[in-house]
Design a protein around this ligand. Structure first.
Ligand code: VGL
Ligand code: ZN
Length: 199
């Protein structure tokens, strides 16, 4: 992997209370990705590189909820505690927050679906997107695919994502599909090493 620098952005997908253990749609092991993400965020910010945070931000009665015939329990309702970013995540005032799936009648797993993210990346000359967060088999999967379709290079930080695994192996399959679509797999440690290596 080429060392991160100008033209690179980090996107942290949906690290929200409802997706962490104890949350409405808690992902087993989801809390383990916060520490590696925080370490990378520190290195990333030290170099002045941009950080984007997406959040699942549903209205009451969202179509993805079971009562509406959707696949999921009520989760990430805008303005609730469950929808807040994890308190342990090192967010900063100049991070860009991208709310997604905000319409009751439409679900959107991708942080690029119906949001200003693609335009924000274009406006800042971002050519490569590093992706961490939740969940590997839903929002990370869809976001990586859409980023490739938008012409971006994509690096998935494999130690900093975690899968729901409704079916065993869903997370591994999602990563394999992302690789088949041209995403690179790396880790937070390898990314930090590349940043610290002498040029
Ligand atoms: C997600 C299920 C439902 C995600 C969002 O962020 O991966 N998964 N809504
Ligand atoms: Zn959702």
């Amino acid at each position: 992997m080429q060392a991160p620098g100008p033209g690179d952005a980090l996107l942290v997908v949906d690290v929200q209370n409802d997706f962490l253990p104890g949350g409405a749609l808690g992902i087993r092991g989801g809390d383990a990705i916060v520490a590696p993400i925080n370490r990378l965020l520190a290195a990333w910010r030290a170099r002045g590189l941009p950080v984007f945070l997406s959040r699942d931000w549903h209205p009451d009665g969202h179509c993805s909820f079971a009562a509406q015939g959707g696949p999921w329990p009520v989760h990430c309702v805008a303005g609730t505690r469950g929808a807040e970013f994890a308190a342990s995540l090192s967010i900063a005032p100049d991070d860009f927050v991208i709310s997604k799936a905000t319409r009751a009648d439409k679900d959107a797993y991708s942080a690029l679906d119906g949001t200003p993210l693609a335009e924000a990346l274009r406006a800042r000359g971002i050519k490569r997107l590093f992706i961490a967060g939740l969940a590997t088999d839903y929002c990370v999967r869809a976001t990586g695919r859409d980023a490739r379709a938008a012409g971006l290079d994509v690096v998935i930080l494999a130690d900093a994502v975690c899968a729901v695994n409704v079916q065993p192996g869903d997370g591994e399959r999602a990563l394999a599909e992302l690789v088949a679509e041209g995403c690179e797999l790396s880790t937070t440690a390898a990314t930090q090493d590349a940043m610290e290596a002498p040029a």
